[in-house]
Structures are given as C-alpha cells and as structure tokens.
Design a protein around this ligand. Structure first.
Ligand SMILES: Nc1ncnc2c1ncn2[C@@H]1O[C@H](COP(=O)(O)OP(=O)(O)OP(=O)(O)O)[C@@H](O)[C@H]1O
Ligand SMILES: [Mg+2]
Length: 489
C-alpha cells in the first residue's frame, strides 16, 4: 500500500535528519578521540626526548652501573618515570620500574633496534597503557627507550563524551520526527488547499479559479498553471455549448419553415403550380439544411481530429477554372471573371479541401455582391508560390466585424443588405483548411465597395497524380503564354 505523501515526507525527513545526527555524533566522537590520542602521543615523544637530552647532558653511555644509578635517581620519582623502560645495546635493563616488571604486557620491549617509533597499547592491571618506543645513540652506545602513559584519563573523557552523545540521541530523533512532520505539513498545506478548491469546481461553476499563491514558488506555478488550464477548459466548454445552441437554432429554422410549408400545402387544395412552388421552397430549405449539416459534421470531425489533409501536387489552374465554372451558374446577375496563368500551376494541396476552400470564398463573394456586381478570381505565380485572390464589388465587411468573420456562427452586421442566407460557418471551415495547408487567409475590405480574400500556397515541379491529358500536354510544353482573363460561361 502506498503511504500518503505527507507521511512519506515525514519519514524521509526523520530518516535523513537522524542519519545526519548520528553521522555528526560519530564524526565528533572520532575527532575527539583522535585529538586526545595525538596530544598523548606528543607527550610520549617529549618524554623520550627528555631521556635522550638527559643522557647527552650527563654524558652517559659508557659505565652501565653509573647509568643505572643516575637514571633511577632522575626518573624514579617523576611522573613520566612510572611507565618508562630503557635498555642498552646489549639487552640489559638500564631502567625499569617495578610496575613494568609485574605488569604482564603483550608488547615486550623489542630486542631489535629497527623497531623504532612504534606505538603500542597494552593492559597493565586494571589500566590500559599506551607506549611509544624509540632508540637514540649517545657516545656510540644505542639505547632503546619505551615511554608509556595510562589511557585512563583519555578513556574517561571519551566515555563522558559518548554518554553525552547517547543521551542527546533520543532528543535528536524527537527533533527529527517533529521537524519532519512540521515541514511536510508546511510544504503540503497549500497543495491540500488547492485540492480542496479544485474539488469544488464542476461544469456549473467553471469560471471559479483556484487561489493565487503569492509565494512565487513551484506551488504558485502549479496553481497558476491549473488556472490557465481551467480557463482553456471553460473556453472549450463554452464553445461546445455555443456550438450546440447555435447548431440547434440554425437547424430549427429550416425545419420550422418546412413544417409550415407542408402544413399549409396539406390544409387547402391548391393548383399544381402552387404545389410546385411549395415543393421548390421546401427543396431549397432542405438543401440549406443539408449544407448546414454538412458544415456542422465537418467542423465536428475537425474538432475530433478525424479530418486531415493529404498534401500532394494539385493543378491550381485547373481547380480555379472548375470552381468558376461551377459558381458561374449560381451567380445570376453578377459577372465572374477568372484570371489564371496559361500553363498548369502545380501547388502542394489537398485535392478535396482546396476546391472546398475556393467554393466557400467564391460563394461568399457571389452572395455578398448585389446583382450587377463583379467577382474576380485571380491565380498568380510568384516565384515559389501561387497566390489565390478573390475580389468582389459587394457590400464589404464593417470594421467592427473584421476580427470575427472567421468565428463559428458569426455573421456580419450588414448581411441583410445583401439579403443573403447563411449560418456563419463557411469562413471557419475555410480558416481550418488554410491552416492545414500551412497558410492563412488575408482579408481586405471597404464597406460598401467590396472585399478581397487571398492566400498563398507553395508551388511544386511535380506533376499531379492523374492530370487530364490536356493539362499534362500544356505542362510538358512549358510554353510561356499571357495570363488568361476571361468571363466564364
Ligand atoms: N465576400 C464577402 N463580402 C462581404 N462580407 C463577407 C464576405 N465573405 C464573408 N463575409 C462576412 O463574413 C461573415 C462570415 O462568413 P461565413 O462564410 O463564415 O458565413 P456565412 O456566409 O454568413 O454563412 P455560411 O457560409 O455558413 O452559409 C458573413 O456573414 C459576412 O458578414
Ligand atoms: Mg459563407
């Protein structure tokens, strides 16, 4: 089972803090012991130096009996004489106090002179002795000296120190536990507060935000990131709600109209011509509804990520001519001009989406241009790009609407001037298609005079998958001809 993070943090604090405390205690114990022993060793060395200096000052080294008597007189009663032994080069004891004679120690004085500078520890009764052994030469005679000191005082000091450490260890553990608990609480309280607030947020109060922390740390960053996420979710939910509301509203209108027409047609007897007229109106509404449904489904699929563009070489010239041919029939009363290069213009595009984009823009141009007006589609080749331009002499777009015409369901404030139906989805789809082609639609417009929608696509030298023979022929011939500008139809 996974423990809560607060408990785990406390345990971690406790373990690390205690471990550090124990490590510190062990290190300070070791350092104290080392400095005590260093001091002791220094004193032992000084004792041996004193003996050597005494030998030199007294000129000892020749007469064994004299040496014994003088050294005994000098060191017998001194403190350092308690654990001092001196041997001459023939292995005879020059000085050896009674303590050493009765103390059964494991480190007998070395016979060999090479055992110079050795430290040893050995028990002597209830005591422990630390000794240093060195040799020196006076008047051609070598003496081995071993000086010792009891470790009682040093051991006592260390014992007190260790007891003290053992005594404060529980205090260290207690502090570690308490500090761990306190720190984990301090660290996690804001997280708990954020979680509490977050729990209160649901789809009904998505505008609520988490408290903004002033600490400028990771938690403040977390709460601001969550707030940004909430903002995005709120915008997403709002757009889905708006979308559903607009969609149902837009669909209700034609359905109501169709029902009214059928109701009227069924209620009274009518002439054939009147029935035809009613059916034609119903047909027009059904057509509108099906195009609306088509747009709605397409947008829903783009939102779900189910639509994706297949970019390949496409003949833009051919597409422009086809689009104009299609729309020219519907432009009743408006003139449609097309200007394309004389030879095929291969662009990188999706062969389903690009015609749809052209249709949306051309449909708008025709729809928002009053009878007698002019619409012009231009395809220009500019080095590595092809530029599509659709000009119209229509009602134009008001400045206040310019920034919103690509929003879903947005319709300009002046659309009634053109008496044009629509649901405000065309340009949202057009913008999505342009984005899939890594481009965007530029708009310039003068209200009352007309608009221009344009975008560019990359040109390619590759051929289309299935170009018509005629286009391929023209493409192969590479003939440089003037751009064609002619009315369609
Ligand atoms: N060529 C144009 N001239 C003037 N206004 C335009 C033109 N094209 C677009 N608009 C404005 O942009 C708005 C959005 O256009 P969009 O194509 O998205 O929707 P719609 O034409 O109103 O409806 P739909 O295309 O869904 O049938 C239009 O309502 C209109 O106000
Ligand atoms: Mg439109």
């Amino acid at each position: 089972m996974q423990l809560p993070i607060r408990i785990r943090l406390s345990i971690w604090y406790f373990v690390i803090f205690s471990f550090a405390g124990l490590l510190l205690s062990a290190a300070s114990y070791y350092l104290a012991r080392r400095s005590l022993y260093l001091e002791l060793d220094h004193e032992l060395g000084e004792h041996i130096d004193d003996v050597r200096d005494f030998f030199r000052a007294e000129g000892l080294g020749g007469d064994y009996q004299r040496e014994r008597a003088e050294i005994a007189a000098q060191f017998q009663l001194q403190d350092e004489g308690k654990w001092l032994q001196i041997q001459d080069d023939q292995g005879r004891w020059v000085f050896r106090p009674w303590r050493m004679q009765i103390a059964p120690h494991d480190v007998p004085l070395a016979k060999s002179l090479s055992a110079d500078g050795n430290y040893a520890e050995f028990p002597a009764g209830t005591k422990r002795i630390r000794s240093l052994r060195r040799s020196f030469t006076v008047n051609g005679h070598t003496f081995v000296v071993e000086s010792g000191m009891t470790l009682t005082k040093a051991d006592q000091t260390l014992l007190h120190f260790r007891n003290g450490l053992l005594l404060i260890s529980p205090v260290i553990f207690l502090i570690a536990g308490f500090a761990g608990h306190l720190l984990s609480r301090r660290a996690l309280d804001p997280v708990a507060a954020i979680a509490r607030e977050a729990q209160r947020i649901h789809d009904g109060n998505l505008q609520t935000r988490l408290p903004q922390l002033e600490t400028r740390d990771e938690l403040a960053h977390l709460s601001s990131t969550l707030n940004e996420m909430l903002e995005r979710i709120e915008a997403g939910v709002r757009s889905v709600r708006d979308f559903t509301a607009y969609a149902s509203h837009e669909l209700r209108t034609p359905v109501t109209f169709i029902r009214m027409e059928t109701d009227l047609a069924l209620r009274f007897d009518r002439s054939n011509a009147e029935y035809r007229e009613a059916i034609a109106m119903i047909d027009a509404e059904a057509l509108r509804m099906s195009s609306l449904l088509d747009s709605l489904l397409f947008l829903a699929r783009t939102d779900a990520g189910a639509e994706s563009a297949q970019l390949e070489p496409v003949n833009a010239r051919k597409l422009c001519l086809q689009a104009c041919k299609k729309w020219n029939y519907q432009f009743k009363g408006r003139k449609l001009l097309v200007s394309v290069p004389a030879e095929p213009a291969m662009v990188i595009a999706d062969k389903m989406y690009l015609p749809r984009l052209l249709s949306i823009i051309l449909e708008n141009a025709g729809k928002y241009t009053p009878a007698g007006g002019l619409v012009e589609l231009k395809l220009e080749i500019m080095q590595e790009f092809a530029r599509f331009e659709v000009h119209d002499s229509g009602i134009g777009i008001l400045d206040m609407d310019r920034g919103r015409i690509f929003d879903r369901f947005f319709r300009g404030s002046n659309v009634q001037e053109a008496n044009a139906h629509g649901s405000g989805l065309g340009l949202a789809l057009a913008a999505w298609i342009a984005a899939r082609h890594n481009t965007f639609i530029e708009v310039s417009s003068t209200p009352g005079k007309g608009s221009c929608f344009s975008w560019v696509l990359s040109l390619t030298r590759e051929y289309e998958q299935n170009p018509s023979d005629m286009e391929l022929e023209a493409h192969r011939s590479h003939q440089q001809g003037p751009a064609a500008l002619f009315p369609i139809g």
